[in-house]
Design a protein around this ligand. Sequence first.
Ligand code: ADP
Ligand code: MG
Length: 356
Amino acid sequence: MIRFESVSKVYDDGTVAVDSLDFEVPTGTLLALVGPSGCGKTTSLRMINRLIDPTSGTITLDGLDVLSVDRVSLRRKIGYVIQHAGLFPHRTVVDNVAALPRLLGGDRRKTRSRALELLEVVGLDERFADRYPWQLSGGQQQRVGVARALATDPPFLLMDEPFSAVDPIVRAQLQDEFLRLQAEIGKTIVMVTHDIDEALKLGDRVAVLRTGGILAQYGTPLELLTDPVDTFVSDFVGSARGYRALGFERLTDDVPIAGHTPVRLGDSIQGRGWTVVVDDSGRPLGWADGATATNASTANLHQTSRFLQRSATARELLDAALASPDGAVGLVDGDGAFIGVLSAEGVLRATQGAAA
Ligand code: ADP
Ligand code: MG
């Protein structure tokens, strides 16, 4: 757990960068610190590993005041990832990752083999290990930065705009990989970003700061989308909030799934309207239209519709329902077998906060 209690930072020239900030980051979760440029995000982050000392207030890690711990042992517990990765340019990739463990007295062979493992964890092929940073793309460098931050297996991780310097497609890829990685390693993370969509995607909780280092709102992504405290937050969170909120909602358990008798290829569908066609093990192949065809065949199958489990997000289900020729999403069980359909209105009725 990381906790900020009335933390402020006033720089020597009188700039109030952070103003009485309170928030907490429960163990194993990611807090996204988001806000416009200059609102004090980097300053807040760097007070955690004491690159900057607060003017007042207290920051604790698992109850321990960071000011009471010496900087070296503090930083051993805190991995740090920065924009542009900040790699040592004259060291190879593997030596970058192994640098801190080596500095802490680790054996050369062991630290190298651990570094190679970490490169694999972040999705970098071994053939990159002996290259230099300038021989890598921005996205690859960022992966090395993450591997390096994990090298001492610290319980805490600080990330400052880790994915901002790469193009949107690579960024989305890195975000997805990072979500998968965090699901495995469960670090306690503060990530700074100016990108609200990134904050909502990666954060278990999000703290929105406004200029002057003031906390505007602290909450889950769903809370920010459905219940912004003021116009600053709602403007910052952006348009289509209700629809985006559906991306964080799941169906309630009592959602009524409509029965729908599927057919197999070759069966008659005459007079039935749109009908789900399944294979021999009950898995959906697509929809066939009984208004235009007499029998279900691969030739008249609408194959682009998605069939989803009911555990998908409300947004995925609504998307699939709206894109389906019948206006209803086909649902499957954990084995992929067809179980029934749910209309777009049914999806909306089965979610709670979304309509707000
Ligand atoms: P962010 O990361 O949200 O863009 P920063 O934490 O870097 O914001 O900066 C917050 C405010 O503090 C800004 O107004 C910035 O100009 C100011 N600032 C940052 N570092 C210093 C410094 N060393 N001396 C004076 N002002 C600073
Ligand atoms: Mg910054």
